[in-house]
Design a protein around this ligand. Sequence first.
Ligand code: ADQ
Length: 505
Amino acid sequence: MLLARDVAANLRRNNLVVASNRLPFVLTRLEDGSYTSRAGSGGLVTALLPVLRGRGGAWVGWHGATEPIPNLDAMLGQAAADAGYRLRPIALTADEQKKFYYGFANEIIWPLFHDLQSLCNFDPSYWRSYCEVNRKYAAAIAQEVQDGDLVWVHDYQLMSVGMELKRLGLNARTAFFLHIPFPPLDIYLKLPWRFALLHALLEYDVIGFQTLRDRRNFLQCVRALAGVRSTGKGQIVSLRYQERDIRVGSFPIGIDYNDFVRHAASAEVAAKATQLRAQLPNRQLILGVDRLDYTKGIPHRLEAFRNALVRYPELHERVTLIQVVVPSREDIPQYFELKATIEKLVGEINGQFTRPGGWVPIHYVFRPLQAADLLAYYRAAEIALITPLKDGMNLVAKEYCACSIEEECVVIMSEFAGAAAQLQRGALLVNPYDIEGVADAVWQAYRMAPRERRARMRRLRRTICEQDIFWWADSFLRGAIAKDLSAFPLPEDYSPQSDLGPVSH
Ligand code: ADQ
């Protein structure tokens, strides 16, 4: 297997230029009006660092502010020198942020691609702004690219960038990876700009999805709207479109497994986990960790937990649900309403079951956490309850398994998360809409014998370790540049059923 540095060597003569909505830097405004920057964390940055570092690569993205930043050039110059690759910031106006980012990306594509079309706000001004801002990104990328380079664009905010690069006459190979799901044909068809967006996507040379399910949905849309069928049978198939060959593949994203294991085993995290256990003794801890988002299925999960407490009274005082919610997109009304719904439900359920002076069934945390605190929750909890209504992948599930060093833990996992395809042989799969089914899974997890827990968790951890974030970046980049696609067979356990995702009974 090639490692990121080997792929870097393969690409040696050609640059890699990465584009994502945000630069991998977080800018913070100080009291005197100036800004400081620090490197962003997260899987994408970690995975691409070895490929970009020291070989003249570049990253293009929004710097995160809507007002002019006085010391931007100096700050990014220093940050780029430290990082080992160039940084090209994009400036967005407040209007662009409203219409492109909150509007088209997060009020149209985000709900639609998660099968929640009734939550979409199809405002035509959002589409115009999306096209303009994608053009802006393309112009900035063009400044960084030379003939023969590879441009790797990330996620649903930048789906038209490939087309804009072609319009600029750029002679570079362009690749795109979608981090969120791609919806089935009948849902995609609701998009008023369905032809324009699909044709824009087809201007990329390589298009990557998280799962076979997403790839299948995309290929069905291409067949219905562009009349093109794919050829090939492996992990990467081909489309012949307007006299060009386009590669379409599935590449499930992973985490930096070894880094999570190391950090979870540190004295700091171990001490915090022990303290947490001491504060909540003689019970199993059930953990939910999500960004505040209606796709994560938090109200359904709380109802399922309530149902479990009603139908399985033995769970009283024997379990505590810790639900961590990270604030996100609160400027969008639906997110604000979701927060109120969650808090009402937590209040109701605690009101229904709390034993005065004793057991409180749900501990609710609404704030971002320091890494050590998040990992302490992962390490301390016996059961992870991860039930998104739909999710591109879901990295929380993988992070939880990596941090479950003792391995006596259980993952309850929505079959509609991309991660279910890889984790189905170790996790308890559930339909998140099936309140009683999820409640039964909680009961099953609670009673699962240590031996079975260990066997399942070992299987999960092996998969997550083997298919980590470096494996993901390597397989995508190799797939983008390889001459021979037969080197990319489908996974060994593939069956046509896998295209649809695993289904629980
Ligand atoms: P997200 O929707 O953000 O990502 P997810 O994959 O679960 O969802 O990642 C969430 C990240 O936030 C995790 O890395 C987690 O560690 C972090 N996090 C969670 N709680 C936190 C807290 N309290 N404080 C700080 N950090 C916290 C999108 C898609 C997913 C896809 C990813 C990657 O929606 O489906 O898995 O991109 O491709």
